[in-house]
Design a protein around this ligand. Sequence first.
Ligand code: NAP
Length: 485
Amino acid sequence: MVTEQTVLDRVPRGLFVAGTWRASASGAAIAVEDPSTTKTLVDVADATVDDGLAALDAAAGAQTQWAATPPRMRGELLRAAYELLIQRAEEFALLMTLEMGKPLAQSRGEVAYGAEFLRWFSEEAVRIAGRWSTAPDGATRLLTMKQPVGPTLMITPWNFPLAMGTRKIGPAIAAGCTMVVKPARQTPLTMLALAGLLQEVGVPSGVLNVVTTTRTGELVRALMSDPRLRKVTFTGSTPIGQGLVRQSADQMLRVSMELGGNAPFLVFPDADLDAAVDGAMLAKMRNMGEACTAANRFIVHESLADDFASRFAARMASEVVGRGTEDGVTVGPLIDGQQLRKVSDLVHDATSRGATVVTGGSTTRDTGYFYEPTVLTGVPADADLFREEIFGPVAPITTFADDEKAVEMANDTMYGLAAYVYSANVSRVIRVCERLDFGMVGVNQGIVSNPAAPFGGVKHSGFGREGGPEGIEEYLDVKYVGIAP
Ligand code: NAP
């Protein structure tokens, strides 16, 4: 029987270091909050810097043997983890909803999505290959091999507590890298439960270590200054990512950065309007808008704008806001008070500059961090909503008259993660896709995330790719050996 109490009772609350669960050296704890009630769910260990270094000791100690473990064995461990995660989908989904807030149906979706990275990379583990060739002058033979990068620090955000972890852990295990994972302080429980599951399927001691902490900056700096660490992979906000790139220079670490987004959602005059509204709901409301790929700017051809806005607003108004565990709820709370204030301030800024609220526009309850699904029209180009990542259920709409202008507006951002294009004209789609400065484009679909595809951005959205055949390359170094024949 899966109940709130049983999943909370089962989740480990310590630090996972060298294959064992332990308390923090200081004995301190982090209270994990339910964002729909603001009540504490449970406490977990608050790691000290020394705890973090102990996790790195374990990862560094396990690296050589792990790299020599047969790829098939690494793949089979991932496959077993995939199977067990699917078996426990209901427990993981409920745990995620409790700490993060999203409705249960969406948490189930994330479990399926997150698990798929384990399955995908279980299949990639045995496909790591190099090259053999003869030098052009015939004097030497060139052997190119791929080897694990080594101990990796993984820093994950709160918005997809499982999938943002498996997207890193899957390829690292497949490639033969050991790791220290630091989940976001708001949502450590899902990652701790995942560590328990990986331990259960037999991932060897030291390969995966998890530290939860509030001393994040200090702990991460200590690990990144240690020459035994060889890579840092980060998913989170752009300013923190920029700081980590700077810090990575001292030890010349391999770096992957999955950062913020400001996705345009373009609707051209030949678009199927019903499909565009469906896609808009998905691109905006998945995760209550708290997704790096969330549509942030709706850029709609002027011939369709009124119709699009009224249909979209009707759909947004019919969403059911509430605690994610309740039947029928489609929109949960935002993650915390800071995020709620940010969303509220962004809407206020837009209305003070002349935008019109078509639906929503305020918080919904006295307790919990709930905000109404909101549609705004007539949003001026200089509104903060268009510049900043909203990370909430707010959809600002603006219009364009010709394709050239639409592309220009879409590219007018420092971010370059995801974009969406709705059009029935293949030539227009190709033309626009080629001109968009984004790492991913959804064409006539409101979702781009797929474990078999390379997820990632350009510009201030970062670099590196997660998922697809590209995903494992982030965890492999190339070595060339010249051999005299
Ligand atoms: P965040 O504030 O940058 O935090 C992300 C992670 O970084 C957390 O684990 C956080 O730990 C840690 N962190 C904070 N300060 C740090 C420091 N000084 N050094 C090292 N690590 C530090 O971002 P967030 O609010 O959790 O997540 C939302 C952001 O993530 C959005 O910008 C979103 O677009 C982005 N995101 C991007 C992708 C993508 O694939 N491109 C996917 C999902 C989310 P604490 O919790 O302890 O502060």
